[in-house]
Write a protein that binds this ligand. Structure first.
Ligand code: DGJ
Length: 703
């Protein structure tokens, strides 16, 4: 049973294959956390509150710490009642278990505020979820000042390390590690989207490695302002609180209304960061990614942005479509510049009608042309934005987020529509729905190129709810588009990877990982991305970043092939030999993509540590193994032979190298390892591109 209630011990026990999580009810009706870690084989051994009460950190263990009840820990819930009482006092009323779900209901009796703690377990994926639903059963308004999704407590240890994902535009998802010291460490987004700077993820470990050691981790499913606080006091346990940011936040809960927090998905690994990532990837592949498409492969995409920029027209797109189809692309995407008076970034955003100077007969002739070439057609939108120089802004200046008597900051010459407004939500949905209904569009790249700054909502009494409602309306649009057009692939882009999270992943099939497509830089960005997010969702393009001759073309492909492959290079500049090389790489990718996109990832060598990046993908049925190894410049990169030990294989299985025909036992590959030969000649001293080298080795399991 994944969820049980032990009435004698007054303890709820949540279990997945390898993880246990427990909390109990105290004599005065409070819910206290008692355990999070490896699954305990006898459920009756899970610690209950009698064990915990002996400890000095007792106060720290509330499943939903409130502002009130005499506590001073970081709270999950803070409200203001009509009579200015700001202390919340919750007592448990009842609970309901239905299969993998548990709801525990608490009430602040004096003010008729009901709080449901929702839990769900995903036993096979080793993942659990928790979130909070607040209900106003009184006849008065209740103001919510903070409502986080959950509070976590780690077993006592004074030497924890925290892993987070940091970054900036062009360098997203960089791995950052630090000791958890006494005090509070705050991570957050205040820009209205997940942000390039930090990602809503934590992993706390006991000096774990890729394959060994304990790691406690969690991810917040939210694409707007979020906050995470890691709180430690000397001799006390570590508390982690995360959820919707309470900065500039207030939600007015009217009688009968409810407020729902986003979910936190969390887990525990006893075998390092590798298992953590594989659990998260598998969970995303099997449970989160939208619709039935989740198990299928992502098609190879060509996007003309870096080739034609704003200068798109029917003729140059057809010419690029010829080349893209010829090398094996399966989706052809027209990016920015096809609509309104959009000849540069100063005009046109919001005017979602086809620019007839560029496409005299609309997009249909191009789409039909692309389809005749055997490719799907995709289109770029930036639906949340408007240029001042646009018809939409002339018609609806009041739709823009702004404060009266204050400047409206433009970034990239654009302002932000207030998606929290119903009429804006309708406009955006109807625009996208119209295009998807009228034209054969199979892919949408949804961009968001600037942060929210002035968050004013003219005329609205409860303005601060904008931050929350904006995201809820965004989700509503994506959900409805997916429902009505289930075959359409949606990509979440925000000026690079500014909106990468598992909130939007329920509707988005994939992410635009970063605008930086330099194949060397990407190895760092991709490693961080892969810590939390499935490689299938990671769009990786081959472009001419870093100079067309800066890196060998095959190396550029190999770097991008470790995710879902796209090509953004200007193919009109490619020689017949280069096109042939690209065709070969794409055909190879198609042969192994099922293992890359749906398999299990083992990070063998980290780009930050040596001259090599090595990643191994094992097919879900274990019958194929794909190993990528990229050699980069480093002081020791003159070494030409690398020995690489594989992981995750069947020890007694026999694996055949598809290129050489040689076969090896799984135990040989994992214990002795394979030797990879790289360039070793003095030319690399004078020719920089020779520093970069790469290989793919593919094994089929034959026994
Ligand atoms: C930013 C994106 O990240 C790019 O890929 C491209 O779509 C541009 N916006 C277009 O304006």
């Amino acid at each position: 049973m994944p969820i049980t209630y032990n009435a004698t011990k007054r303890l709820w026990i949540l279990e997945t294959q390898n993880t246990g999580y427990a909390f109990g009810i105290s004599g005065d009706g409070h819910i206290k956390h008692t355990y999070w870690g490896a699954r305990i084989t006898r459920t009756k051994d899970y610690p209950d509150l009698s064990e915990h009460q002996k400890n000095p950190w007792w106060d720290w263990n509330d499943e939903i710490p409130v502002r009130g009840e005499g506590h001073h820990t970081e709270e999950c819930l803070k409200v203001r009642y009509k009579d200015q009482v700001r202390d919340v006092v919750l007592t448990c009323q009842n609970h309901k278990i239905s299969g993998d779900y548990l709801v525990v209901t608490l009430v602040d009796e004096a003010y008729k505020l009901e709080v449901d703690l929702h839990y769900r377990v995903y036993p096979e994926n080793d993942i659990m979820e928790k979130r909070v639903v607040i209900r106003n059963l009184s006849s008065n308004e209740i103001k919510i000042d903070s409502s986080f999704s959950g509070s976590f407590y780690l077993p006592e240890n004074n030497d924890y390390r925290l892993t987070s994902l940091t970054g900036m535009w062009g360098h997203e998802t960089r791995i950052q590690r630090e000791t958890v010291h006494e005090g509070k460490r705050v991570f957050e987004s205040r820009v209205g989207r997940t942000s390039h700077f930090m990602n809503p993820f934590f992993a706390v470990d006991e000096r774990a490695t890729e394959e060994h050691g304990n790691v406690w981790y969690g991810l917040l499913a939210w694409s707007g302002n979020w906050k995470m606080v890691i709180h430690k006091r000397i001799y006390e346990t570590v508390q982690i609180v995360l959820g919707v940011n309470n900065w500039d936040f207030r939600y007015s809960l009217m009688p009968g209304e409810i407020f729902e927090t986003p979910g936190v998905f969390f887990g525990f690994s006893q075998s390092g960061f590798g298992t953590m990532s594989r659990n998260l990837h598998r969970f995303q592949q099997e449970q989160l990614l939208p619709g039935t498409d989740a198990q299928k492969h992502r098609k190879v995409l060509y996007n003309s942005w870096e080739a034609t920029n704003f200068g798109v027209n029917e003729e140059n797109q057809k010419a690029l479509a010829d080349k893209a189809a010829d090398i094996g692309a399966e989706i052809f995407v027209v990016d920015d510049g096809w609509f309104g008076e959009r000849n540069n970034d100063t005009a046109g955003l919001g005017d979602w009608f086809v620019n007839r100077d560029k496409f005299p007969d609309g997009l249909k002739p191009l789409i039909e042309y692309v389809n005749r070439k055997g490719m799907d057609f995709g289109l770029w939108f930036e639906p949340e934005m408007v240029n001042k120089n646009s018809r939409l802004y002339e018609q609806h200046p009041e739709w823009v987020l702004q404060f009266p008597n204050r400047p409206k900051t433009e970034i990239r010459n654009q302002l932000i529509l207030n998606l929290a407004k119903e009429e804006v939500r309708e406009f955006v949905y109807e625009t996208l729905d119209r295009f998807l209904t009228e034209l054969n569009i199979k892919f949408i790249k949804w961009d968001m190129n600037r942060p929210i700054l002035e968050s004013g909502w003219g005329g609205e009494k409860h303005q601060e709810k904008m931050w929350y409602q904006y995201v809820m309306n965004l989700y509503a649009i994506w959900r409805e588009l997916k429902r009505k057009h289930p075959g359409v692939i949606l990509e979440s882009c925000a000026g690079g990877g500014g909106r990468v999270d598992i909130g939007i992943m329920r509707y988005a099939d994939q992410f635009w990982t970063s605008d930086n497509t330099d194949p060397f830089d990407r190895q760092f960005i991709q490693e961080g991305f892969s810590l939390c997010y499935a490689p299938k969702t990671m769009m990786s393009w081959v472009t001419d970043w870093g100079g067309k001759n800066g890196y060998p073309l095959t190396y550029r492909f190999h770097s991008a092939m470790m995710g879902s492959l796209g090509i953004g290079a200007d193919l009109s500049e490619y020689s017949p030999d280069e096109l042939e090389e690209a065709r070969g790489c794409i055909s190879r990718y198609k042969a192994i993509r099922d293992t890359i996109q749906n398999g299990r990832l083992y990070r063998l060598m980290s780009p930050g540590k040596t001259a090599f990046t090595a990643n191994e993908f094992v097919a879900p049925d274990h019958n194929e193994v794909v190993v990528f190894c990229l050699k980069n410049p480093a002081p020791l990169s003159l070494f030409s032979v690398l020995r690489l030990k594989l992981r995750g294989l069947d020890e007694d299985g026999v694996y055949q190298d598809t290129e050489t025909g040689k076969d090896f036992s799984g135990s040989y590959l994992m214990n002795r390892g394979i030797d990879l030969d790289f360039h070793q000649d003095w030319e690399i001293k004078v020719n920089r591109t020779r520093h970069f080298d790469s290989k793919i080795v593919v094994y089929k399991k034959i026994n």
